[in-house]
Every structure is written in C-alpha cells, then in structure tokens.
Write a new protein. Structure first.
Length: 256
C-alpha cells in the first residue's frame, strides 16, 4: 500500500528536533511521496535539505496569503522562474485567508491572480488555501479559468454545492484531518462528492486528525485520514490509497 501526502510543511521548525524519526514513521506507514507547498521564499531553501531513502519529495513555489504583506510587491518573475523549472511540480500555496487578517484582502487577491497566471503559463497545478473566503476564491478561479487551470482546494471544508462548483472549475479536493473531526461536518459532505476528485493531505504540522487533535501533526497520520475516507466511501484503505495516489499523480503530472 502506497500513501501520498500531497500537502505537508516538513521544512518548518516544528520538525527540527526529530525530523529523521518523523520521516521513518512516515515510511513505515507506507508513505512514499510527500508534496511540499511553500509559504514564502525561505521555504524553498529549507525544502532542499529534506531527504530520505524511501520517500520522494516534490517542491512547490509560491507565497501563502498570510505571507503576502511581508512579500510585497510579489516577485512574479521569481515565482515563474521557479515554477517553470522541472524541480517544481506546482504553484503555491496561494489563495485567500480572511480569518487571520482582513487588512490586505486586495493584495491577497492580486497575489492569487499572479499565481493563477503563472500556473497557466507553466502548465503546473495551483494549490489553493482558503479560510473564510470561499465565495471570493471560487469567483476568482472562475474568472481566471480559461481551460488551462488545474489545481486543488487544499483542506477542503466546503459544502456539497461549493465542492461541485470547485470540481466544475477543474479543481481536486484536498482531504485532510478536518474530515476526522467529530463535529466538522466534512465527512458528510464527502459522501456526496466523487472519490475520483480527492487527494489526501496532512497539512502537517497543522490540522492534526483525531485522535491526536491538539498535538503536532505529521505525515504518518495520513493513514488516519485514509481510514476515515475508507469508511465514508465504504472501501478498503488499500483502495483509498491506490485511488487517491493515482489522483495526485495525475494532478501533479508525476510518472509512476
């Protein structure tokens, strides 16, 4: 069984003290592929230090919406240069976040459109952060979609109609720890959306799944998310692993 974590911030300081052990646990769980979204430019340098004999790492480049303020003006040329390279498989993470601050909404929207343009030009998928901004996010993706945009709604927490709209716009749905939360409601929504448009993610060190909620998240916990999705879809965890890994490989254009 091969599991794939399509969204993990392993390069952050939360893993400095025990990174080797974290990676070994991931490998023992069956994880062979980990995708690394950027938060800002420092993320990329930190990504390059990651290595493990049994795990392949995939880099992304972009500016997180909560990092926009510190990175103005957005260096469009640098984002394009990175994402146009074979070393990077996706653009992001980008998106909108109205939870932490509403002071730079216009700048966040401009940054998102810049990332969309880079994604179209490079043919790479876009990885979208969304917190309390669903309507604006999907409106912008609809405006920017010219048939070339692909991507993922990272940490999907929408309702069925929002999920279907995202799928119609060419997006996959990132299923993470929130799906395991008792009163999160995401599990009920996922029942009515197609597994063929879902990929697994941890967002480690954040959004730790049940029963470890409140503690640091790590890639090995992807198995808990896969197990939850297997119960939602009435399939074996092996089938979930196979389908979601295939979905991820297709989205990120990875040759198996």
């Amino acid at each position: 069984m091969i599991l794939t974590d399509t969204h993990c911030h392993l390069y952050l300081e939360q893993f400095d003290k025990d990174l080797a052990e974290v990676l070994n646990r991931a490998s023992e769980t069956g994880i062979k592929h980990i995708f690394l979204p950027a938060i800002d430019w420092s993320s990329i340098e930190a990504m390059d230090k990651l290595n493990h004999s049994e795990i392949v790492f995939y880099k992304m480049a972009g500016i997180h919406p909560c990092s926009v303020e510190e990175n103005l003006p957005i260096n469009t040329g640098k984002i394009f240069e990175c994402c146009n390279s074979a070393d990077f498989v996706a653009v992001g993470e980008t998106g909108l976040d109205y939870y932490w601050s509403t002071d730079f909404i216009a700048e966040q929207k401009k940054s998102l459109r810049i990332h969309c343009d880079v994604a179209r030009q490079t043919g790479k998928p876009i990885v979208l952060h969304n917190r309390d901004s669903t309507s604006d996010l999907l409106d912008i993706i609809e405006q920017e979609q010219d048939g070339r945009l692909t991507g993922v709604w990272h940490c999907f927490t929408g309702n069925v109609d929002e999920g279907k709209r995202a799928l119609d716009l060419g997006l996959q749905l990132g299923v993470g720890g929130v799906a395991t939360f008792k009163n999160g409601g995401v599990d009920k929504v996922l029942r009515d959306l197609p597994l063929t448009s879902m990929i697994l993610e941890t967002d480690a060190p954040y959004l730790t799944p049940t029963p470890y909620r409140g503690k640091r998240n790590e890639p090995a916990y992807i198995q808990l998310i896969a197990d939850k999705l297997s119960k939602i879809k009435n399939l074996s965890i092996g089938e979930i692993a196979e389908i979601t890994t295939a979905n991820a490989f297709k989205l990120f254009q990875i040759r198996s």
